[in-house]
Design a protein around this ligand. Sequence first.
Ligand SMILES: Cc1cc2nc3c(=O)[nH]c(=O)nc-3n(C[C@H](O)[C@H](O)[C@H](O)COP(=O)(O)O)c2cc1C
Length: 414
Amino acid sequence: MKRVDDFRLRFGKQELVPIVIGGMGVDISTTELALEVARLGGIGHISDALVQAVSDHRYHTKFVSQKLKQYKANVASSDKSGVHFNLGVLEEATRNHVGKTMEAKQGSGMIFVNCMEKLTMNSPRETLRVRLSAALDAGVDGITLSAGLHLGSFALIEDHPRFRDAKLGIIVSSARALALFLRKNARLNRLPDFVVVEGPLAGGHLGFGMDWAQYDLATIMAEVLEFIRTEHLEIPVIAAGGIFTGSDAVGFLEQGAAAVQVATRFTVTRECGLPDKVKQEYFKASENDIEVNTISPTGYPMRMLKGSPGIGDGIRPNCEAYGYLLDAKGNCAYIDAYNREVALHPDVKKLSVRDKTCLCTHMRNFDIWTCGQTTNRLKDTTRKLPDGSYQILSAEQVFTDYQFSTDQKIALPD
Ligand SMILES: Cc1cc2nc3c(=O)[nH]c(=O)nc-3n(C[C@H](O)[C@H](O)[C@H](O)COP(=O)(O)O)c2cc1C
């Protein structure tokens, strides 16, 4: 009976345990989690979502309050087109977060940064160029492009000295999206080093519509592997979304995946950035507590626990401090939804906005509890303590369980 440890992910001469922990923004996949995974020989991710806030929290910078101060006069205005990121500050924050993580890295694994295209930051191209280049400058091993088709992202860094040596990959949810990416980037003569195929059971934003339940990862994997074969390409394909046990992972590795990307099982580890109280909510969740909804202003469906405090909350848009979802014209779907409710209920002090959420604020405060479809099984991965709470796991324990388990077994903590 095979185990994940019988397989290896190969990048040139480098061999890794074929387990990737997916990026979980805003600092849910922390530096500590990524470092632990690298130490164990796999690939860990940090995320650059709300990187200025993350830098403040970790490295005591004051980027958020400085930005808010600069744009304070605009707070009551619904026109956010003048609220911009200072590119120098963005670069510094990215270098802080990525650089300090890389300095601490030990072991034979790698650390990548997850970079979401949908963080359009009121100036999509310029801010994305800075985020990508600063991460490369800071020595990141690789970048995973996510939440968007990223058709122009490689070109933004084609002149960077590390463009051909860092590991660059993309997350897709169909062979069609991969084909489009490759076609648009053909002139650069640089294939992605890996492709993550994310199916409909993943956490975070989904690359599917609300008909997500009609798709399944194994079928999409087969289509992508077939496409890669017929095009005579050699790109490692990584399967993601709903892979809960080592045996699930072996199934994909035997199908031809080069590795698996997992996340949900790590949300209840000590190294994960969610507050301990929220980790207990993940443990407690039943299938009925999980939903895919359309409240993210990005336009992508997102999976989360129904009890997330950010659902229905009507906070004033916080773009002067954050503003990561403002499009090139300074619009965000939450601002429209909020303004509509203000106009409908001019006398109400505490508004409720049900159709969209202020995602920056609520992700920053861990009030949108995004999760994978398998979250209801987390309680089976640990022990219940005498006080009724669940025992938090270590990242090492979950990682080695994926690596060595067989027969769909999950080893409980000591
Ligand atoms: C809490 C949470 C947050 C996530 N945030 C992101 C993110 O910021 N960017 C991204 O590309 N994927 C995100 N994901 C998706 C994961 O990186 C990963 O591909 C997926 O969840 C794997 O499936 P699994 O959770 O069933 O193991 C997130 C997943 C979870 C559970």
